[in-house]
Design a protein around this ligand. Structure first.
Ligand code: EPZ
Length: 416
C-alpha cells in the first residue's frame, strides 16, 4: 500500500495547473450510453474513479479508446442492462447508469450502492424520480431492478437537491416521450456541464444550474466532442494549500466563478485571492481569522471543501465552527487531525475547532477522499514528518497531487 510522507514547514510558491473535474466527468462518461454515435471527451483527469467508471461501461458494452490524452467512447453491439456489484460497491457513482439504461433498453438492474465512509448515501430520490417517469421499481437481494415499456416525461420535485439524482433523471428524460420538469434540482457546475454535453449530442435540456430543469424528450441522440470543466474542488484544495503554508501561488485553468461561496469564506479569514490574466492568485501570508462554516447545496459552501478548510482553521487563532448539513458522517478527518495536535470537539453535526499554535507530524490514516486531502494540508504545515497511509482514497479524486505539490516547493513524496 502506498504512503505519502511530508515534512512540513515549506511555503508553497509557483504555478499549479488544475485537472479536469472528476464529478463532471463521471456522469458525462455514463451519458455516452445514450447514443450509438462516437463521443470524444477532452480534459479528462487521470483518476482511479474515472478508470472504475470505464470498467463499468465496458462491462455494459462500451468500447473506450484513449487517443492522445482524450477518450473516445462508442457503444459496441447490444448493451447489457446491468452494473455488477463488485464495481458498484467501490464507487457509488455507478448508480448513474440506471438513467441511460432505462432510456435505451427499458430495463436496468444495478447493485444497491452500499454506504461509504461519509454516510449511508441512499438512492430513494433517484428511484422516486424514475417511478414518476413510468418505471416499475423492485428491490431484492441487494439489487434494484427497474422496468418500463417507454419512459414518459413528467413533472417532479426532488425532496433534496441531490446531485446524483438530478444527473440520473436528466439522462433518463432526454429520450423519454414528452417534457420533463425537475424542480428543486441540484445547481452544481457539474450539472451544467452534463447538460451542455447532452445538448451537444442533440438533447433539449434547459435551466441547468437553476432550481428548475426542463427536458424535451427527443427520439435519438448523435455523437459529439466535449471538454470537461476544471475541477473546482482541486482548485479549492490548492487555495487552502497556499493559505496553510503562508505561501503564494498562481493557479492555472481554475474557474473562480465555480467557487464563490468558498472564496468568500477564504477572503473573510484574510487570504488574498484575485484573478489575473485568467489565472487565480492566492496569497496566504496575512494573519488568519477564525470562521463559521456551514455546508450547503451549491451555490452554498461545498461539503467537499469542509475537511480541507478545517485543517486550515486548526492553526488559526480563536475558535471556528463547522456544521456539516449534507452528509451524516463527514468528520472522519477529525480523529486523525487530533493525532497531529488539533483541538476539535464534535457536537452532533458540528465540529468546534480551537486554533492551536502548531500541529505536529504523525502517522495518520486516510479514510475518505477529502479527508485524505485535509491530512495532506495539515502535513504541509505540521512540525516534523507526517506519514499518511491508505492513500488509495486520495488517488480516487486527485491527479498526482504529490507531484503538483512538490513542484510548488513542498517536501512530499510517495513511497510504495
Ligand atoms: C455528489 O455525490 C458528489 N459525487 C460528492 O462528491 C458530493 O459531496 C455530493 O454530490 C454533494 O455535493 C459525485 O458527483 C460523483 P447527493 P452524490 O446525491 O450525488 C442524500 C467527492 O468527494 N441523498 O447530492 O452522491 C445523500 O445521502 C464526492 O468528490 C438521499 O438521501 O450526492 C447525501 O446525504 C463525495 N437520497 C445528500 O443527499 C438520494 O436518493 C447529498 O447527496 C440521494 C442523495
Amino acid at each position: 500500500m502506498d504512503k505519502i510522507i511530508i515534512t512540513g514547514g515549506k511555503k508553497l510558491q509557483g504555478e499549479v495547473v488544475i485537472s479536469g473535474s472528476k464529478n463532471a466527468t463521471l456522469p458525462i462518461q455514463v451519458a455516452t450510453l445514450l447514443t450509438d454515435a462516437e463521443c470524444t471527451l477532452l480534459n479528462v483527469p487521470r483518476l482511479r474513479d474515472i478508470n472504475t467508471m470505464n470498467d463499468v461501461l465496458r462491462a455494459i458494452g462500451m468500447e473506450i479508446k484513449e487517443k492522445n490524452d482524450n477518450y473516445v467512447f462508442r457503444t459496441k453491439g447490444k448493451l447489457k442492462n446491468m452494473a455488477p456489484y463488485d464495481l458498484v460497491k467501490t464507487m457509488r457513482a455507478s448508480v448513474l447508469v440506471v438513467g441511460p439504461l432505462l432510456a435505451r433498453l427499458g430495463e436496468a438492474k444495478v447493485a444497491l450502492p452500499g454506504g461509504c465512509a461519509i454516510g449511508l448515501r441512499p438512492i430513494n430520490i433517484h428511484l422516486d424520480g424514475f417511478r414518476k417517469l413510468g418505471a416499475k421499481v423492485e428491490i431484492k437481494e441487494g439489487y434494484v431492478t427497474l422496468k418500463t415499456k417507454k419512459l414518459v416525461g413528467n413533472r417532479m420535485t426532488l425532496d433534496f437537491p441531490s446531485v446524483g439524482a438530478t444527473e440520473n433523471l436528466m439522462m433518463a428524460a432526454v429520450l423519454a416521450g414528452g417534457k420533463t420538469v425537475i424542480e428543486n434540482a441540484a445547481r452544481e457546475p457539474e450539472i451544467v456541464d452534463l447538460a451542455d454535453f447532452l445538448n451537444t449530442l442533440g438533447a433539449q435540456v434547459s435551466g441547468a444550474g437553476t432550481r428548475v430543469i426542463t427536458i424535451k424528450g427527443v427520439k435519438e441522440l448523435g455523437g459529439g466532442t466535449h471538454t470537461v470543466i476544471p475541477d473546482r474542488i482541486e482548485t479549492g484544495t490548492f487555495m487552502v494549500a497556499s493559505a496553510i503554508t503562508g505561501g503564494d501561488i498562481r493557479i492555472k485553468n481554475g474557474r473562480l466563478d465555480h467557487l464563490a461561496a468558498l472564496v468568500e469564506k477564504l477572503k473573510a479569514t484574510g487570504i488574498e485571492i484575485e484573478e489575473s490574466a485568467g489565472d487565480i492568485l492566492v496569497d496566504g501570508s496575512p494573519k488568519l481569522k477564525s470562521l463559521e462554516v456551514e455546508t450547503r447545496p451549491y451555490p452554498g459552501f461545498p461539503t467537499d471543501m469542509q475537511a480541507q478548510v478545517m485543517s486550515l482553521m486548526c492553526i488559526t487563532p480563536e475558535d471556528s465552527i463547522f456544521t456539516e448539513t449534507i452528509f451524516e458522517n463527514r468528520f472522519m478527518h477529525v480523529g486523525e487531525l487530533q493525532r497531529m495536535g488539533a483541538e476539535i470537539v464534535l457536537k452532533g453535526h458540528s465540529a468546534l475547532v480551537k486554533g492551536v499554535k502548531y500541529l505536529s507530524g504523525a502517522p495518520v490514516m486516510a479514510t475518505d477522499l477529502r479527508a485524505s486531502a485535509a491530512l495532506i494540508l495539515a502535513g504541509l504545515v505540521a512540525r516534523g514528518k507526517t506519514e499518511i497511509s491508505r492513500i488509495y482514497h486520495l488517488d480516487r479524486g486527485y491527479e498526482r497531487i504529490e507531484v503538483k505539490l512538490e513542484k510548488l516547493g513542498a517536501k512530499i513524496k510517495r513511497i510504495k
